[in-house]
Ligand binder design. Structure first.
Ligand code: 5GP
Length: 201
């Protein structure tokens, strides 16, 4: 039996403040073979964020150059800042047989899904809207005006949920991470992705 050649791509979306990063950190702890795509953004770094780890922080002219030169698999404007995924970085990993996880918002997820329809889409929701508001206020990283904009955007994003294949409620991080890991596992076992295993040499 042969080993499958290419890695698989999966997308996680969910409103800002839902705790995606915490869930993803737990997923990566338990699946260290997984590559988490570091996005490019024009947003200013929050306290504690490190360039090249959380994001590649670039200015607007540089981001717009990347758009013009076709370097991005997808990009979107979110709360006044650009966010985008490098096509080259992702392709390198997938070609090396490494599974890749993207944390991107709903506009970007649609762009990737249109280009690669077999990409599973996972949406993480909070247990309630009140909990989301509490979490955004509790992290003390953004001014009230930014929080309100993010809450408005969250309402819009929740309308997109039916387009997603999987819904994960982030009430308890380890349970949410279990669900994401189960989804990734099931996706890896799809016959369409493993058909090479039974092909004769
Ligand atoms: P934050 O500013 O809270 O780190 O991220 C804001 C939103 O941008 C989140 O919903 C996150 O999923 C999304 N995001 C992060 N990176 C990308 C990206 O490369 N492309 C797109 N389309 N969205 C992204």
């Amino acid at each position: 039996m042969n080993k499958p050649q290419k890695g698989s791509l999966a997308i996680i979306s969910g409103p800002s403040g839902v705790g995606k990063s915490t869930v993803i950190t737990e997923v990566l702890r338990r699946r260290p073979d997984l590559y988490f795509s570091v996005s490019f953004t024009t947003r200013k770094p929050r306290e504690g964020e490190v360039n090249g780890v959380n994001y590649y922080f670039v200015d607007v002219p540089e981001f717009e150059r990347m758009i013009r030169d076709g370097e991005l698999l997808e990009y979107a404007n979110y709360s006044g800042n650009y966010y985008g995924t490098s096509a080259k970085l992702i392709d390198e990993k997938l070609s090396a047989g490494i599974d890749v996880l993207l944390d991107i918002e709903v506009v970007g997820s649609k762009i990737v899904h249109d280009k690669r329809p077999d990409t599973p889409l996972i949406f993480v929701i909070p247990p309630s809207f009140e909990v989301l508001s509490q979490r955004l206020h509790g992290r003390h990283t953004d001014p009230e005006e930014v929080i309100q904009r993010r809450l408005e955007r969250a309402k819009e994003e929740l309308k997109e949920v039916s387009r997603y294949d999987y819904l994960v409620v982030n009430d308890e991080v380890s349970q949410a991470a279990n669900e994401v890991l189960s989804i990734l596992c099931a996706e890896r076992c799809r016959t369409s992705k493993r058909i090479d295993l039974i092909k004769e040499d």
